[in-house]
Design a protein around this ligand. Structure first.
Ligand code: ADP
Length: 608
C-alpha cells in the first residue's frame, strides 16, 4: 500500500512538473487544451439531447417545420464546434512541436550549465541520455499532453452524461461501472500475458533472424555451410526454434481465448443491462420514457462506457510515460555540487593562487590523484608544470579553475578560500587553452568573442589573431574573421589545420584578457619549430600576467620563472630550469635530457 501511495505521489509530482514547464513555454497551451476538452464533450452531450428531440418529433410531433428547425440547429452547432475544434487542434499540434523542442532545449541548457563534475560522471551522462529519450520515446511529451487532454475530455463528458442519466437508477450506473472495471482488468491481464509471450518468444525470433539473415542468406557463411556440410544441423536448429515458438503461440492463444471469453461475457452483460432496463422503463413509464429517450439513454450509456474505458486507458498511458518523464525531471533537477558563495573577486588583478595541503580523488574513486599539494603561484609568475602522463597536471588545473573542489586542504585566491567567491566572477579570472581546443562550427570571430554581431570588438579580435600568429591567414580569406571554421553551416567555410585551430584557440584566450592565463598543452598539435615560436609569443603575450603552462616538450619550460614537477599526484621538484638541471638525479633532469636528444646533437645536449 505504501509503495502504491509513493508511486502515486511520484506520478502526481511528475505530472505537475511537466504541466508547469508546459505552461512556462506556452501560457495558452493548457487553457486551450481545457477549452478543446470542454467543447468536445459539450458536442457529445448536445448531439445526444438533440437525437432525442428529433426522434420524438418524428414519432410524436410530426411537424416538418419544427423538425427542420432542430436539424438545422443541430448541423449549425456541429459545424461551428468542429470549426472551433479544428482551429484549436491545429494550434495545439504546432505548439506541441514547439514545446517538445523546448523540453529538449532545457536538457541542453542543463548540460551546458550544470557543474562540470557531472560532465565527467558516466552515470550522469547516462541519465542525460535517458532523460532525452524520456521526452522523445513512446510518443514522449506529445503523447503525454494528448493523454492529459483525453482524460479532461472524458471527465467532462462523463459529468455531462451523468447529468443526462440522472433519471436512471444510480444502481444501474454503478453496476455498469463495475462491469467496465472488470472488463478493464480482464483486458489488462490479456495484454500482460501477451507482453510476456513476446518477451519469451524474443529469443526464438532473435534466433530466426540470426539463422535467416546472418547464416542462410549471408554469402560468406554459405562457403562454410557447404564445406562442412552443416545445412542439416542448421535446419534442425530452425525446426527446434519453430517448435518452441509454436508451443508458445499455442499457450498464448489458449490464454487469449479465456480472456476474450470473460471480456465478451462482460460486454454482452453490459448490453443486456442497458437494453433490458431501458425497455422496462419505456414500457412501465411510456409518458416519461419516450422512444427518443430510449435512443438517447442507450447512446448515453454506451458513451459512458467508452468514456470511462478511454479515461482508464489514458491514465495507464500517463502512468507509463511518467516513468520516462521522471528521468527527465530528475536530470533537470540535478542539484549543484559546488557550494557557491557570493563574495566579489578583488578588483586588483594581481592575483596569487595558493594550494594548502590539497588532496583530490575523482568522485566515486578512492585513489588520490593529487596528494598533499602545496604551491604558491605569485602574481605575474610564469609557472611551468611538467610530469609524465597521468601525473595529475590537468587535474591540478581543474582544481585551480574550480571545476572540482579539493577533497582535503584548501585553495586560496589572494588569501581567501576560492569557495567564498562568486563562481562566475571566479571563472572570469582565467583564460584557458586546452589541448583539445574545441573550436565550434561558427565563424572565427564568434569562436573568439562568443558574441553574435557586435562589430566594435573587431579591432581587438584582429589584434588577438595577429598575436596568436594566425592574423595573415585570416586576413587573406575572402570573409576574413567572418569565415566559418568548417562547412557544417556554410559551404564556403574553411577547414583549418590543427595548428591554425590551436592558434585561434589561443587568440580566444587572449581576447578574454583574463588575469591568469592557463595553457594546457596548447601546442600539442604543432611541430617543434611552430611550438617554439608560439611559446615565445605566449611569453610576450602573457607579459605582466600570471601564466601556467603545461607542455610535454620541456624546451618550453625555459621561458618560465618556475617549474613544478608532478609525479604520481605530488610535486616532487620545484624551482627554476637552471636550479632543477643541477640535480642530475632528479626527475626533471632525466626528462629534459631524454627529450633533448630528439632535437639536438649529443654535443649540444652535453652543453645544456
Ligand atoms: P596528466 O594531465 O598529468 O596527464 P591527469 O590529471 O589528466 O594527468 O590525470 C591524473 C589521473 O587521474 C590519471 O590516473 C587519470 O586516469 C585520472 N583521471 C583523469 N580524469 C579523470 C576523471 N574524470 N575521472 C577519473 N579519473 C580521472
Amino acid at each position: 500500500m505504501k509503495k502504491f501511495y509513493n508511486n502515486l505521489t511520484m506520478e502526481f509530482n511528475v505530472i505537475f512538473f511537466i504541466l508547469k514547464l508546459t505552461n512556462k513555454y506556452s501560457k495558452a497551451f493548457l487553457p486551450l487544451t481545457i477549452l478543446l476538452a470542454l467543447v468536445s464533450s459539450f458536442l457529445t452531450i448536445y448531439n445526444l439531447l438533440m437525437s432525442r428531440k428529433i426522434i420524438d418529433e418524428l414519432i410524436l410531433g410530426k411537424q416538418l417545420n419544427k423538425l427542420l428547425e432542430i436539424i438545422i440547429l443541430l448541423l449549425g452547432v456541429n459545424v461551428l464546434i468542429h470549426l472551433i475544434k479544428s482551429i484549436i487542434l491545429r494550434w495545439l499540434q504546432a505548439k506541441n512541436r514547439f514545446i517538445k523542442k523546448r523540453f529538449n532545449l532545457e536538457i541542453n541548457k542543463k548540460t551546458m550549465t550544470m557543474d562540470y563534475e557531472y560532465m565527467e560522471n558516466p552515470k550522469i551522462l547516462d541519465a542525460k541520455e535517458r532523460a532525452t529519450s524520456g521526452i522523445n520515446q513512446s510518443g514522449g511529451i506529445n503523447t503525454f499532453t494528448n493523454n492529459i487532454r483525453t482524460i479532461i475530455t472524458c471527465i467532462c463528458t462523463i459529468m455531462g452524461l451523468l447529468y443526462i442519466l440522472n433519471d436512471l437508477s444510480i444502481v444501474i450506473i454503478l453496476i455498469l461501472i463495475i462491469t467496465i472495471i472488470f472488463n478493464y482488468i480482464a483486458e489488462r491481464k490479456r495484454q500482460k500475458a501477451e507482453y510476456n509471450f513476446w518477451q519469451k518468444n524474443a529469443r526464438n525470433n532473435k534466433m530466426f533472424s540470426y539463422l535467416d539473415g546472418e547464416v542462410i542468406k549471408d554469402y560468406k557463411a554459405s562457403k562454410y555451410i557447404r564445406l562442412y556440410d552443416s545445412s542439416e544441423m542448421i535446419l534442425s536448429r530452425y525446426r527446434q526454434f519453430d517448435k518452441n515458438s509454436q508451443s508458445l503461440f499455442r499457450l498464448i492463444a489458449s490464454s487469449n481465448k479465456k480472456h476474450y471469453l470473460v471480456i465478451n461475457i462482460l460486454d454482452y452483460g453490459q448490453k443486456f443491462i442497458i437494453y433490458f432496463t431501458l425497455a422496462l422503463k419505456v414500457i412501465s413509464e411510456p409518458s416519461k420514457f419516450t422512444i427518443g429517450s430510449f435512443t438517447m439513454y442507450t447512446s448515453a450509456l454506451y458513451n459512458l462506457i467508452s468514456s470511462i474505458t478511454k479515461m482508464f486507458k489514458s491514465a495507464v498511458k500517463i502512468k507509463y510515460t511518467c516513468k520516462y518523464m521522471k528521468l527527465y525531471k530528475e536530470f533537470i533537477e540535478l542539484p549543484p555540487i559546488l557550494c557557491k558563495n557570493n563574495e566579489h573577486i578583488p578588483a586588483d588583478t594581481n592575483y596569487s593562487i595558493q594550494f594548502n595541503n590539497v588532496s583530490f580523488a575523482y568522485p566515486g574513486m578512492d585513489k588520490l590523484v593529487l596528494k598533499n599539494v602545496n604551491i604558491n603561484i605569485t602574481p605575474k609568475q610564469k609557472l611551468s608544470i611538467v610530469g609524465l602522463n597521468g601525473a595529475g597536471k590537468t587535474t591540478f588545473i581543474k582544481l585551480v579553475m574550480r571545476l572540482y573542489d579539493p577533497k582535503n586542504g584548501e585553495i586560496l585566491l589572494n588569501g581567501n578560500n576560492i569557495k567564498n567567491y562568486n563562481y562566475r566572477e571566479y571563472q572570469d579570472v582565467f583564460g584557458v587553452v586546452f589541448q583539445d581546443s574545441n573550436i565550434l562550427s561558427f565563424t572565427v570571430k564568434e569562436n573568439i568573442c562568443f558574441e553574435n554581431s557586435s562589430s566594435n570588438q573587431d579591432d581587438i579580435v584582429v589584434e588577438c589573431l595577429k598575436n596568436a600568429g594566425v592574423g595573415d591567414k585570416i586576413d587573406a580569406l575572402e570573409n576574413g574573421m567572418d569565415t566559418y571554421v568548417d562547412r557544417i553551416f556554410d559551404d564556403n567555410g574553411i577547414e583549418f589545420s590543427g595548428g591554425e585551430i590551436q592558434k585561434i584557440a589561443i587568440a580566444r584566450a587572449m581576447y578574454k584578457n583574463a588575469s591568469i592565463m592557463i595553457f594546457d598543452e596548447p601546442t600539442a598539435s604543432l611541430d617543434p619549430l611552430a611550438e617554439f615560436e608560439i611559446f615565445n609569443t605566449l611569453h610576450e603575450l602573457t607579459d605582466g600576467k600570471t601564466a601556467i603552462f603545461i607542455s610535454h616538450r620541456l624546451s618550453s619550460t625555459r621561458i618560465c620563472d618556475c617549474i613544478a614537477v608532478f609525479h604520481n599526484g605530488e610535486i616532487i621538484q620545484y624551482g627554476s630550469h637552471d636550479e632543477l638541471m643541477k640535480d642530475r638525479e632528479g626527475k626533471y633532469y632525466k626528462m629534459f635530457m631524454a627529450q633533448a636528444q630528439y632535437y639536438v646533437s649529443n654535443d649540444e645536449v652535453s652543453c645544456t
